[in-house]
Design a protein around this ligand. Sequence first.
Ligand code: FUL
Length: 449
Amino acid sequence: MKKTTLFIAILFLLASCSQPPQTLGPIPSQQQLEWQQMETYAFIHFGLNTFNDMEWGYGDTPPETFNPTNLDCEQWVLTLKACGMKGVILTAKHHDGFCLWPTETTDYSIKNSPYKDGKGDVVGELCQACRKHGLKFGLYLSPWDRHQASYGSDEYVALYHRQIQELVDHYGPFFEFWFDGANGGNGWYGGANETRSIKAEQYYHYEEARDRIWDQYPNTMIFGGTVPTLRWIGNEEGRANSTCWSTYTLDFDDLNNTRLLATGIADGDTWLPAEVDVSIRPGWFYHENEQPKSLEQLLDIYYHSVGRNANLLLNFPVDPNGRISAADSTRAVEWYQTLQKTFADDLLKDCRIATSDTRSNHQEIIYPFEKPTTLSLLTLQEDLTQGQRVERFSINYYRNGKWLPIVTDEEMTTIGYKRIIRFKPAEMERLRIRIIRSKGPAAVIASGA
Ligand code: FUL
């Protein structure tokens, strides 16, 4: 029997005797499961800000300044594929209101830029490149628009919905659609130069916005607004909490509670898995004086996102030439190859599971090694079709006649889709994983490195 299957079988057996496993609480939809399996995908922040050294354009920057001379969406896609990204989400419109596709809804678009003499369409070009090279495609369309005179009125909401409709009609399918959370404040607003505040929860009619997308592409995951199918992790530093539930409550206040967003809600009534968004550089947009994060920082980000039951949305700021810079692509490929090497060999794969100890009343599994083996990483995964169950576990190793705890800073609480525990390298004769507390019988698989 294959090791992994055996582990599942044993854990169910220990805890549930003859009862088949029951679902406890929310479980993911098929679309949420498939999304979770993507693990890593990219953000691209590109627009007027790129050419004006800004993060949040005010809405009055001239479209003529958008002038990439060497733009190549295939270069983006091939770079992202080389660092293991399964999809890409582009800022079709950021808060400044400038549209990267030739929209009918406003003149504040690529049509009035020198790029391809106004005939360019970055959304379309990236969409094509993704299709050609097999990368999933997604879009970010900022609800907040600092350019539009009508922002704050119903007229603007209708315009925003028309923009969604155009994008759906021309560029789908999308694996994910972002309704960004930054909403209202000061802006140009057609020359008004004022501060406008709205109540996001009601103002944007998010249900209708979502339905426009789902009418044609029902498998699109939704970020933000009042109707999300995934949740923001609550920070932009690349870090989920070590306790990270995929369950939550769909209450608008909770959706803005950064402490809860990082941990999830153990008894939440909705499956709402976490996404960690972070930029490879300090800014979301390109700034010449910024450098990519170090390899160590990127590895920490991976272990603190994918390794803590969250997906990783890693941003690449495209430069004013229209390229992902060599510094960023070199670093990201190095990062991906390091991870590939680290996880190439599963050191548990040849273990014959010989012992399972029920005396403690815990679900547990012991891996005896044929010869002393050094491990420093353990990957655990729950079968999410049964929901997320494990609340506490422990990892021990056997050496010279004694069981010892592994040495790690990680709290050993939740597992979820994937949990990677890094620990001080330890040579061991056996490894023991014990499920100490769980909402029900847990189905967990493990691999080691
Ligand atoms: C935030 C925005 O304000 C930032 O500019 C960036 O787009 C980030 C991903 O989301 O809410």
